[in-house]
Design a protein around this ligand. Structure first.
Ligand code: TXA
Ligand code: MG
Length: 308
């Protein structure tokens, strides 16, 4: 098995693999990532291939701190540093004009690059040892659930990488929020672990959400995403014996009691769906969570996972 504990020695091995153009799986505080040197075209191409991801869907580049931003981004407005002070290391990804050193392969042909500093010791140690910006999409086959533990990793992914650094369960369990800072006003491109309310508090005004690419570019393409193998359905309550996620009265092995706190709910969502998948359930009913900005990213994922 190529799943190893994140000892200093193993982090060094992973860093060497990355410098040599290889692909490894690394833990982050959000989800596990399929990691490679963001500046090596061929390595990035392999990540796309392993993931089965469409070429035009760009990768997030992970750096060690705000001081390394100049390695990947050409320029940025002052608000970026304020946001970085508040949210980095952490699950806020910022989209900025890219430097020429970042290949178009990484950015899906765009002149912009998405950057974040992961809040995870192992990921930071890996970036530091490799001394490269690290491109890493979530380590799932395209369209599936993102892995929030080494156990959640698909065999088809695991067997194609040099090494999996097992960092245990991801603390947040939901992907980063992607924020576009290249236009007049910042705009959310993907809802995620940092809530819209938290970002609004820093920028001091309401923040819009850009409609997903499915609406903008290629209808239908990304509609179903973040999805378990079972079909997912949103419901008001669970029927007796119906497999699913609820906030009260869970009974039997396939009904799961979920936390009423959105952060705790997010931390458990993908792993719970994955567990029901592994139990062979073919439909998962999910009791609709409360409304509000703190639940927005969870609604987004449930909507995409339940799309047909
Ligand atoms: O939490 C996360 O963000 C995880 C961990 C591993 O960091 N990564 C992750 O990556 O979720 P991925 O590839 O599954 O999602 C990246 C998202 C996609 O929605 C992609 O379209 C968007 O970021 N993105 C990346 N670069 C972009 C760019 N230059 N412009 C607009 N969107 C971009
Ligand atoms: Mg993903």
């Amino acid at each position: 098995m190529n799943v190893v504990p994140p000892t200093i020695e193993n982090v060094r091995r992973a860093a060497e693999a990355i410098r040599a153009g290889g692909v490894v799986v690394m833990p982050t505080e959000t989800v596990y990532g399929l990691a490679c040197d963001a500046t090596q075209d061929a390595a990035v191409a392999r990540v796309f291939e392993i993931k089965g991801r469409p070429d035009e869907n760009p990768l997030i580049v992970h750096i060690g701190g705000l001081d390394q931003l100049e390695r990947v981004a050409l320029r940025w407005p002052p608000i970026v540093e304020e946001l970085a002070l508040r949210f980095w290391p952490g699950p806020l990804t910022m989209v900025l004009p890219k430097r020429p050193e970042v290949p178009y392969r990484t950015t899906g042909g765009l002149d912009t690059v998405a950057v974040r500093v992961p809040d995870h010791d192992v990921a930071l140690a890996l970036i530091d040892e490799a001394d490269r910006p690290i491109a890493a999409p979530s380590a799932n086959p395209f369209g599936n659930l993102s892995p929030t533990s080494a156990w959640g990793l698909d065999d088809a992914i695991r067997t194609q990488v040099e090494l999996v650094l097992d960092g245990g369960d991801c603390a947040l369990g939901l992907e980063s929020t992607v924020l576009d800072l290249t236009g007049e006003d910042p705009q959310i491109l993907r809802l995620g672990s940092v809530s819209r309310g938290d970002i609004q508090a820093v920028i001091g005004r309401p923040l819009g959400i850009v409609p997903p690419p499915a609406v903008r570019k290629s209808p239908g393409m990304y509609r179903r995403h973040y999805a378990p193998k079972a079909s997912l359905r949103l419901v008001e309550r669970l029927r007796p014996g119906q497999a699913g996620l609820t906030f009260e009265g869970a009974e039997g092995p396939t009904q799961v009691l979920m936390p009423r706190d959105p952060v705790a709910y997010a931390a458990n969502l993908y792993s719970t769906l994955k567990r029901l998948d592994d139990q062979g359930v073919d439909e998962i009913a999910v009791v609709v969570p409360p409304e509000g900005l703190a639940w927005e990213a969870i609604h987004d994922r449930l909507k995409k996972a339940s799309a047909r």
